[in-house]
Design a protein around this ligand. Structure first.
Ligand SMILES: Cc1cc2nc3c(=O)[nH]c(=O)nc-3n(C[C@H](O)[C@H](O)[C@H](O)COP(=O)(O)O)c2cc1C
Length: 216
């Protein structure tokens, strides 16, 4: 399907930065949400959602989130070298949003928003008890890019509720992740489709090959 209407062009060089940010947020979608938990040097536990979040490296396992500006999460991770990322499940929608409120540094969002935390296994920062997945990280590096800082976390452990793991793999139906869209829009999972990646040998019709294409 092609759309015959002309394209609207959004040129960062011709736009106000905030306006372009809104456009980018509306087209890089849907984004997973990292519920980043960190602790300040003074011991205050912080919890904040970050949708600029993805896997940065496979070996070693590294995840990344981006702090737009210098926020408490970034300052805390720099100070202690540790953080956890909890998956944001559908059933905690309001709480996830509430922890994005710009509380002052001395306030613990988790306490304020009624989010129960529990101790992690490998790092001194807690994880969200009501989330099926926690990724425990130590700080690998930070990368300053203009007004933002990419935080790279070396993954020390991923823990998943047993009820959400089948045949050794966490199952999306149990995780029910929220995702972030543009504006104030969020989304839930929707239809899950499956398809196998096609190796070139198969594509080219080599009859000698069987299954075993690495799927990711
Ligand atoms: C769903 C959602 C996703 C967000 N993603 C980001 C993000 O990727 N980067 C960022 O800097 N702020 C993001 N924010 C805003 C922060 O969560 C917000 O500024 C928060 O107050 C930061 O908390 P902190 O100062 O305790 O770190 C997001 C907010 C929401 C609700």
């Amino acid at each position: 399907m092609t759309d015959p209407s002309p394209r609207v062009q959004f040129d960062p060089a011709a736009m106000d930065g905030a306006a372009f940010y809104r456009v980018l947020n509306s087209v890089v979608v849907p984004r997973p949400i990292a519920w980043v938990c960190s602790r300040s040097a003074e011991g205050v536990v912080n919890l904040a959602p970050h949708s600029f979040y993805t896997v940065a490296c496979v070996e070693p396992p590294v995840v990344q989130f981006t702090s737009v500006g210098r926020k408490d999460s970034l300052r805390n991770v720099e100070a202690t070298g540790e953080f956890t990322v909890s998956l944001t499940p559908e059933w905690l929608f309001e709480q996830v949003n509430a922890t994005g409120t710009d509380f002052p540094p001395g306030v613990s969002e988790a306490e304020e928003c009624g989010v129960t935390l529990e101790p992690s296994e490998r790092v001194g920062v807690p994880r969200v008890a009501g989330s099926p997945v926690a990724v425990e990280c130590t700080l690998h590096a930070t990368l300053r890019l203009g007004d933002s800082t990419v935080v790279l976390g070396r993954v020390q452990l991923v823990s998943v509720w047993e009820s959400a793991v089948r045949d050794g793999r966490p199952r999306i139906e149990q995780l029910q992740p929220l995702a972030r869209l543009g504006g104030n829009e969020w989304s839930t999972l929707g239809e899950v489709r499956e398809i196998k990646r096609i190796s070139y040998r198969r594509w080219a019709g080599d009859p000698a090959i069987g299954e075993g294409v690495r799927g990711d």
